[in-house]
Design a protein around this ligand. Structure first.
Ligand code: AOF
Ligand code: ZN
Length: 367
């Protein structure tokens, strides 16, 4: 039996927040639980950018019972006028007595001032309850709010010897159905999915989220420096999700117009021969894209890693060995480093198993 204490209610708030992961866009996921005289009187989660914050939903549910209650919030209540008015003011107005906060809001418009405001008005504030878990909920938001660039998660699926296709190009399937279902869950949780034109030409993928339950489709991002994307490819003809093509200023104007007429948005990133990936991240951030799932192919994976634009990695390995040397494709080919000490290291690694497949997750640290 779980003990009734501050952590108990905070855990509940974390669960509420986590349930909405993937659907809040550039906003954080936040959960709130209101407790009075030993009972839960209100619960809420932030569900969508532009709609009420977690605290407001919980306060509305509690009504008059909010007075004298304790609020458990995974993120510091806001103190600024964004799309919605400040939650800290509302907690004060409803006469909440005590506020237990999981993690501080890294948004420079808040950053401690929400907590300060509550204290100034005589509310008791306890901070840092399950702080680590609360911060983990929002690794995307925490990155985006400071950098204004998307948090990029790279996902690869290879054999144990690191191959994404056999020497003849066969790649269906490397990983098992369980692993692939998990990848569709990852798609639901990211605002955009990114692939290189080579992958589109080779596989003609749909890049939508296919699950047995309702799920969100990420915006499709295609890196295509010379606009080779065929008008009959699925990412153009299928309108389930938006498609954005990132190219260069040198791309042909007529190809651009043809794609735009077919409903695709074309964005120029730099004047070089290749798409300026760093510029692409800046422009996508400017379009309120806070998270990207990078699904290859190898060349794009390698370039993104080399340019230090990858924030998190999921490496799926199927227990197979295909060989083929240079004739079979690698997950992330790039020029590489001379010395082992220069290697990109993954930190905070974890391992998950999907049937007989293995997934290694970590955060790259670039030296
Ligand atoms: C909270 N509770 O549930 C959330 C907060 O544009 P707005 O009005 O939606 O404000 C967005 C900012 O508010 C966001 O960047 C973050 O700092 C905070 N989010 N704060 O008290 C919530 N979602
Ligand atoms: Zn708020």
């Amino acid at each position: 039996m779980e003990l009734l204490n501050d952590e108990y209610y905070m855990r509940l708030a974390i669960q509420l927040a986590g349930g909405a992961a993937g659907q809040t866009g550039i906003n954080p996921v936040v959960g709130c639980v209101l407790v009075k005289d030993g009972r839960i009187v209100g619960m809420g989660a932030h569900l969508k950018r532009g709609t009420a914050h977690a605290e407001i939903h919980a306060l509305q549910m509690a009504g008059a019972e909010a007075e004298g209650s304790t609020a458990y919030v995974t993120l510091e209540p806001c103190s600024h006028f964004g799309i919605t008015p400040p939650c800290s003011d509302r907690l004060i107005k409803e006469k909440v007595k005590r506020v237990v906060v999981g993690s501080e809001d890294p948004n420079p418009l808040v950053a401690g001032t929400g907590i300060e405001r509550l204290r100034q008005h005589g509310l008791e504030v306890v901070t840092g309850v399950l702080a680590e878990a609360c911060r983990e909920l929002n690794e995307t938001f925490n990155h985006f709010i400071g950098s204004k660039r998307p948090f990029v998660t790279m996902k690869t699926a290879s054999t144990l010897d690191g191959k994404i296709a056999s020497r003849t190009g066969d790649s269906k399937w490397i990983t098992n159905a369980e692993s692939r279902t998990y990848v569709h869950n990852l798609r639901h949780r990211h605002q955009a999915i990114m692939v290189g034109i080579g992958t589109v030409l080779a596989d003609d993928p749909l890049l939508t989220t296919r699950l047995d339950v309702p799920a969100l489709h990420p915006i499709r991002l295609i890196i295509d420096s010379t606009l080779r994307l065929p008008l009959e490819s699925k990412v153009v003809t299928d309108r389930t999700a938006e498609t954005l093509v990132l190219t260069t200023e040198n791309a042909s104007e007529s190809s651009k117009q043809r794609l735009e007429a077919a409903g695709v948005t074309v964005i120029s990133c730099g004047s070089g021969p290749q798409v300026d990936l760093s510029k692409a991240m800046e422009l996508l951030g400017g379009r309120d894209i806070a998270s990207i799932l990078l699904e290859g192919g190898g060349t794009l994976n390698g370039a993104m890693l080399e340019q230090r634009l990858v924030n998190k990695i999921h490496l799926f390995f199927a227990p197979k060995i295909i060989g083929g040397g240079r004739q079979s494709l690698d997950t992330m080919p790039f020029a590489g480093f001379d010395r082992m000490e220069e290697a990109i290291r993954l930190e905070r690694t974890t391992v998950q198993q999907f049937g007989e497949d293995v997934c290694v997750t970590g955060y790259p640290r670039y030296s």
